[in-house]
Design a protein around this ligand. Sequence first.
Ligand code: HEC
Length: 112
Amino acid sequence: MQLNSLPMMCGLAASLSLLTPLSTLATTKGYVAPADTVQLKSSALPGFAKASVCYACHSAEYIVYQPPTAARPYWNAMVNRMKNVFNAPVQEADIPEIVDYLVKTYGNEQPK
Ligand code: HEC
């Protein structure tokens, strides 16, 4: 192959790869997310029921996969961030109980 035929080859490859995604788009119907199977661990602590607001926006996975070494101030900051930054519908008065549930269920106050 001659060196000066390279630019033309590249142009052809580029236009072919442009066509492919377009035709794929035309037949795309939508996306179905997999079922959310992660749930918060049931507990007699009063914060358990109140923490149900915590998966209104995202999966409970976000909570379940936090480090088990996370201490009370970490959870307190997290709940406050959800409320203040993302407008999570958390009542100010419920925060201590929700934090208590989270740290005892997923943080560093879990029963040994
Ligand atoms: C109004 C929507 C909303 C609600 C309600 C909500 N969150 Fe979130 N949360 C978010 C968004 C958005 C993110 C991802 C953005 C980010 O991580 O900065 C997130 C991320 C997280 C994460 C991942 C770690 C991290 O730092 O991002 C944790 C843990 C979490 N939320 C816990 C909670 C808890 C606990 C509650 C209940 C008190 C809660 N969320 C309620 C919107 C919400």
